[in-house]
Design a protein around this ligand. Structure first.
Ligand SMILES: Cc1cc2nc3c(=O)[nH]c(=O)nc-3n(C[C@H](O)[C@H](O)[C@H](O)COP(=O)(O)OP(=O)(O)OC[C@H]3O[C@@H](n4cnc5c(N)ncnc54)[C@H](O)[C@@H]3O)c2cc1C
Length: 313
């Protein structure tokens, strides 16, 4: 309540610009001495920033294309813009509020359709809110190695493995394509984020904060609570630590990019063969049973099977 009153007061005392003052144009990147960034044609977020563009997307995703009515079926897509809402970047930058989305959805549900897909979008927004509350409750623990659970796990800080993950050259096509997408465009799908985070924490057993920090420096939708909260979740030290969060990244690649369309888009490769399990080798990934024993052509069986992630508490 006090918070709302304070906000209202600030709003009321915010005076208009003095007359005759020319607010001028916002400086460009080059005016600020920074190199202009050319948008990457492959981006799943080919939109511009700002509230106008955010409202336009909201309108198109709901009313013009009815994409929201099939969200549940499309949300794990990898290519294009409409498999998910793409609201996160505007939300993170304050151009759109979750309440605006919520009320527009309610309107859509009453006038067009209310189904599992429209409910799912609200459910995802609740995750966002939930991570905000996790942040409020646990404060700095969001950045602690042991997480909000205070669970001691021995993590490694192997720079070589980290660089391979970061630059998308682990040899696992699905992981690499996602990492390359984020580096080139600043966006990565939710399915991709879960997989690359699981790979870093569960397969490479690297300090999860290295991954979270890399995400923080790359994502155009970076949000402290969502990012660190999700990373802790993946690392098994945040919410829901009881469940096994490990993804079989090779299987996921075959499930979610069966034709290799996504891999081809990001890798520049010319053959779809790279995503097929031929014998025991998938583009540098050597499999033994269900497990990955070599990455990027190098045998890292030691690294992947070592007991480096033993509980010390
Ligand atoms: C390791 C990891 C790091 C992440 N880092 C961020 C981050 O920095 N910023 C961020 O906004 N999201 C983050 N997410 C959550 C999610 O991946 C993105 O919000 C989503 O991919 C954005 O695309 P979208 O807007 O099309 O999402 P949609 O699938 O259309 O979902 C609608 C909205 O719901 C919210 N949402 C969906 N999934 C989640 C989730 N798991 N956690 C919290 N909110 C969610 C977002 O606000 C999103 O815009 C992260 C997830 C993981 C696994």
């Amino acid at each position: 309540m006090i918070y709302h009153l304070k906000q209202l007061t600030v709003f009321l005392i915010l005076l208009p610009l003095p007359s005759g003052l020319d607010p001028q144009q916002l400086p460009t990147m080059s005016d600020l001495g920074v190199q202009e960034i050319a948008p990457d044609k492959r981006s799943a977020f080919p939109f511009s920033g700002g509230e106008t563009s955010a409202l336009d997307r909201l309108n198109k995703y709901l009313w013009e294309t009815d994409s929201v009515a099939v969200y549940k079926e499309t949300r794990d897509g990898m290519v294009g813009s409409d498999y998910s809402t793409k609201f996160s970047t505007w939300l993170a930058n304050g151009c759109l509020s979750p309440r605006q989305i919520y009320w527009e959805l309610k309107k859509y549900e009453s006038k067009r359709t209310s189904n599992q897909s429209t409910h799912s979008v609200v459910f995802e927004l609740l995750w966002r809110d939930y991570f905000k509350y996790v942040g409020l409750k646990h404060g700095d623990k969001l950045f602690n190695l042991d997480g909000i659970m205070g669970k001691q796990i021995e993590w490694k800080q192997d720079q070589k493995l980290f660089e391979a993950w970061k630059e998308g050259r682990t040899g696992v096509p699905y992981v690499d394509a996602n990492m390359r997408e984020m580096a080139a465009t600043g966006y990565m799908s939710n399915r991709g984020r879960q997989n690359v985070a699981s790979f870093l924490t569960n397969d490479l057993k690297l300090d999860w904060r290295m991954g979270a920090e890399w995400f923080e420096s790359m994502l155009i939708d970076h949000d402290v609570c969502s990012n660190y909260g999700n990373w802790q979740y993946s690392a098994g030290i945040g919410n829901d630590p009881s469940q096994d969060r490990k993804f079989n990244v090779v299987k996921q690649g075959l499930d979610y990019d069966p034709q290799g369309e996504y891999w081809l888009l990001l890798s520049g490769a010319h053959s779809k063969k790279v995503v097929q399990l031929e014998g025991q080798v998938v583009e540098g990934v050597k499999l033994e049973g269900d497990g990955i024993v070599a990455v990027g052509g190098e045998d890292i069986k030691e690294a992947l099977t070592s007991t480096s992630r033993t509980r010390t508490q």
